[in-house]
Design a protein around this ligand. Sequence first.
Ligand SMILES: Cc1cc2nc3c(=O)[nH]c(=O)nc-3n(C[C@H](O)[C@H](O)[C@H](O)COP(=O)(O)OP(=O)(O)OC[C@H]3O[C@@H](n4cnc5c(N)ncnc54)[C@H](O)[C@@H]3O)c2cc1C
Length: 480
Amino acid sequence: MAGWMASDTLRAKLPVYDGTMWIGPRGGKKVLNDASLLSETPIHKHIVLKQNPEAGLIAAIRKELVEARSEGRPINVGAARHSMGGQAIPRDGTAITFDNGTVQVDKQAQSYRAHAGARWSQVIATLDPVGLSPMVMQSNNDFGVAATFCVNAHGWPVPKGPMGATVKSLRMVLPDGDLVTCSPSQNVELFNLAMGGYGLIGVIVDMEVEAAKNTRLVPQFEVFPAEQFAGAFRAAVQDPAVSMAYGRLNVARKTFFTEALLVTYRETADQTDLPAAAGSGWMAHAASRIYRGQLGNEEMKRFRWWNETAVGPTLGGGETTRNSLINEPVVTLDDRNPSRVDILHEYFVGFDQFDGFLAACREVIPASYQEFLNVTLRYVAQDDQSVLSYAKVPRIAAVMSFSQEMSARAEADMARMTQALIDRIVAIGGAYYLPYRPHARLDQLAQTYENASTFSKMKRELDPQLVLRNNLWDNYLERL
Ligand SMILES: Cc1cc2nc3c(=O)[nH]c(=O)nc-3n(C[C@H](O)[C@H](O)[C@H](O)COP(=O)(O)OP(=O)(O)OC[C@H]3O[C@@H](n4cnc5c(N)ncnc54)[C@H](O)[C@@H]3O)c2cc1C
């Protein structure tokens, strides 16, 4: 740990490479990091593959697999490397980044075929002019399409489940070099292992994914005591007129998680002449300044809550489109502070367990040293496909954003707090999300993901030489 502390300021100032924190060589060694800036890991090499998902790309992947296997090295493919615990980094291995945004739309079938490395901004740019929109993606547009499938991310359209449920088929190169097509009806076992399988099952080259209609939407805002949120959110999710929905909770320490905001979007009567998808507007940039002002400032946290619940509905309450809402890059919220880093956590709890979740958070989070900046609440429908499913029942997802000091003290406190939160959330039947910091204990992972040892067993059968590896495998799944 001392290694990364010594040069944190320098590190944060190094160039961002293709969305990937690419640092090196350091002391003669090549190293790779991710968006956490806390995952620095030695690698053998990093290559970027730009080919279309045809014979050239497949041959290049096979060549790397053969070379890595003969040298006993791991391989891993990443996209934006916004996972935060080295889930897209192979220790001493070959890190591959795909750089190709090819997206072909089938308007008739309301679907599209995307290169595995295409980013959501590229998907939106292709779908928007033909009146379509991604069915499910994360809240930001920087991430890779196959990466989204590999973490099985969710978004905030309701009543949808994770993105994997919207994938019609995909092609993937297995560790032995075979190219397979997988779908919910073909090679189903492989499909379900790869969905949320963090790139450990095969290298995905392209995917056919369902699209939704782009629509003009108008928001509605409601504020109430936090204990009323689950009931109101359930009603919103079940309302067929609601197509997007999210919640927020107040975060000032003294009144932590006592009030809730619910924002629901419904289609307007007029769906003609939709404007082109916008990027971040002035509202998003202004909100970002207030958001950052919360750091160490309880007054500002209260101001932001007032702004979101009282001012926002008036100023930001106008019509927009589905594509404009999801076309937001991560950089809008960037802190530009070299001594701190934004760290996310995410927990999934059943609607009936929401009060228990509030109690757990009130007990654990304000007592820590961490700066808690935001929580967004989303809906995730039940996922019975993915082997490493985090939604065995319909769940409320709580995406939390912390600003963490880049120091050993802060890292130790974050690890302690994370384990305390996971203990309480698992005790109420909830789950934690795997793409973030690797602070959970192994027993917590095994308890949360009851099929994890089955996943590891099947991975070993498919990949006996363990050529596809990353820090999630090395830190956890290998030990099951
Ligand atoms: C600001 C922010 C907002 C977020 N919002 C959400 C949200 O709304 N909902 C949500 O569910 N999550 C959210 N996340 C988490 C996010 O979905 C994951 O971190 C995701 O991994 C990011 O995509 P990426 O392109 O950075 O993936 P990477 O970190 O590059 O890769 C993720 C995984 O996919 C694998 N992979 C990538 N490409 C391939 C391929 N072609 N073949 C095989 N394996 C591959 C990698 O090996 C790795 O294991 C958010 C994260 C951040 C930082």
